[in-house]
Write a protein that binds this ligand. Sequence first.
Ligand SMILES: Nc1ncnc2c1ncn2[C@@H]1O[C@H](COP(=O)(O)OP(=O)(O)OP(=O)(O)O)[C@@H](O)[C@H]1O
Ligand SMILES: O=P(O)(O)OC[C@@]1(O)O[C@H](CO)[C@@H](O)[C@@H]1O
Length: 304
Amino acid sequence: MIYTVTVNPALDYVMQLEKVNAGEVNRTNNYSFLAGGKGINVSQILNQLNVENTAWGFVGGFTGKELIRQLNQKRITSDFVTISDVTRVNVKIHAEKETEINAAGPQITNQEITAFKSRLDDLKKGDIVVMSGSLTPSLPTDFYQQLLPTIKDAGAEFVVDTTGQALLDTLEYGPLVIKPNHHELADLFNTSFDSSDVMLEYAEKLLNMGAQNVMVSMAGDGGYLLTKDHVYHAKGAVGTAVNSVGAGDSMIAGFVGTYFKTHNAEESFRMGMACGAATAFTKDIAVKSQIDAVLPQIKVEQIS
Ligand SMILES: Nc1ncnc2c1ncn2[C@@H]1O[C@H](COP(=O)(O)OP(=O)(O)OP(=O)(O)O)[C@@H](O)[C@H]1O
Ligand SMILES: O=P(O)(O)OC[C@@]1(O)O[C@H](CO)[C@@H](O)[C@@H]1O
């Protein structure tokens, strides 16, 4: 089983309009509330790939109820801890540019945290836990890291989709895969790259620090996969990008879902690239037909 963890989910209030005039009243008749949060996006893609998964996290209030209603409607299995505070709304403005305003998120009590941690008692060997997205202000900054010993003791694998020191702190526990984009990779080492060879040298450091696999994503410019044995490259799929929200989550879901079924990292990377592109080419998180349409375009080449 794959478990996704979204401790700070959101209703994404997506508003489309031609132009935003700052300081004025702007109007649109094109808007929707979509169940969001990075782990939930991963669950959505896993469902499209027919990979059994359960979404974990915290939800509360009227927004939390709507979120769960949408998950049920999409047949996403979930087992969230209900909190007394209210799940956030994140505003996504799609005009000439994409502007996102993400709220900090609700208060979570110690009792609610304990209820969440007891979910981990269900873990078994071979399970994969994918933890994605921001923490709420009331959670300790090492919250994900605190869960790792229990996950490893159960014989399960894990992925933490985060950046900076929080990501580096997970490496000693051997994440199944990490996926910095090329900017995040440079930031991790406080450097910049003047060639892809230099970039790959830094990505390799992450393998040596404990990651089992490293994917480096570069939006429309393709991506790399480093395993313990080989380095692979794939060009970006060609299409019209209409949305970047969730492309990274979709790439992780494609990798993890395929790895769960095949244990083949190269195939998993190919599916990851396809899922990321399919979501970039659509307004919402991609569905199966869109992923299937992109997949034949993704050619993975072993470069060493
Ligand atoms: N414009 C695009 N054209 C083709 N593929 C894309 C495009 N944008 C994203 N992708 C696909 O999605 C993957 C992840 O995108 P990206 O590198 O932007 O990750 P990210 O920065 O984590 O994304 P996010 O915007 O979700 O935070 C890429 O590796 C690629 O497969
Ligand atoms: O504030 P966080 O947790 O970093 O990101 C939350 C979020 O921006 O991530 C998803 C897209 O990746 C959206 O559905 C959601 O609103």
